[in-house]
Design a protein around this ligand. Structure first.
Ligand SMILES: [Mn+2]
Length: 195
C-alpha cells in the first residue's frame, strides 16, 4: 500500500495528514475552512485516495496560509507515497462537467513541478474561499508533489460549480495517473529510467 503521513507545524498552521493512494476515497477532515473541506472530500472521493486531515491555523487572518499549507502538505504526502513511481501509468486526464460548468485536467507524474492554470472568475469568492486561492492551492500541491498539472476551466457560471468541476477533474486525472499498470510490473514509466 502506498501510504504517507505528514506532520507540518509552523507559526501559522498546524497540519496532520495521512493518505493512502490505494484507498477507496474515504475522507476524514477536521479543518475550519468549510468550502475547502468540501473540496478535499470531493478530491478524495474522485481520486480514490483515502485522506485523513486535521488542520488548524490563523484563519482569523484569512484563508490564505491554511489553504496554501494544506496544498504543500498534500503534495509532500503524495510525493512520499508515490516513492520511485514504479509501475504507475504516469499520465492521466479528465473532462468533467458540474451542472453548467466544465473543466479539464491533464497530469504527468513527471518529477518536475509545473502548473498551468487557466480559469477565469467574475466573482471574488465562492463560499468563503477566495478564487485566487484555488490557483494557489494547486500550485503548492503540484510543486511539492513534483508533478506537471494543466488545469483549464472551459466555461461555467456558478463559482461553487466552477471550483468543484476543477477539483473533480484534477482528482479523476490523478486517479488515472497514479494507477498501477500490471504490464509495467515494477518498471519506471520513463525512457530515462527514473522520474
Ligand atoms: Mn458542492
Amino acid at each position: 500500500m502506498r501510504k504517507a503521513r505528514i506532520d507540518r507545524k509552523t507559526s501559522e498552521t498546524d497540519i496532520q495528514l495521512l493518505i493512502n493512494l490505494d484507498g477507496k476515497g474515504e475522507f476524514k477532515g477536521e479543518l475550519p475552512l468549510g468550502f475547502l473541506k468540501h473540496m478535499l472530500g470531493t478530491f478524495a472521493k474522485h481520486s480514490n485516495i483515502d485522506l485523513n486531515i486535521k488542520a488548524g491555523g490563523d484563519t482569523d487572518v484569512d484563508a490564505h496560509h491554511l489553504t496554501e499549507d494544506i496544498g504543500i502538505a498534500l503534495g509532500q504526502a503524495m510525493e512520499k507515497a508515490l516513492g520511485d513511481n514504479a509501475g504507475i501509468k504516469r499520465y492521466g486526464y479528465a473532462l468533467i462537467p458540474m451542472d453548467e460548468s466544465l473543466a479539464w485536467a491533464a497530469i504527468d507524474i513527471s518529477g518536475r513541478a509545473k502548473l498551468v492554470f487557466d480559469a477565469e472568475f467574475e466573482s471574488e469568492a465562492a463560499n468563503g474561499m477566495p478564487i485566487g486561492l484555488v490557483r494557489h492551492f494547486f500550485d503548492a500541491l503540484s510543486s511539492n508533489a513534483r508533478i506537471t498539472a494543466h488545469i483549464k476551466l472551459v466555461y461555467g457560471m456558478d463559482p461553487h460549480h466552477k471550483i468543484e468541476a476543477i477539483f473533480k477533474a484534477f482528482a479523476r486525472a490523478l486517479r488515472m495517473a497514479i494507477e498501477t499498470d500490471k504490464r509495467l510490473a515494477k518498471s519506471i514509466p520513463s525512457t530515462k529510467g527514473m522520474l
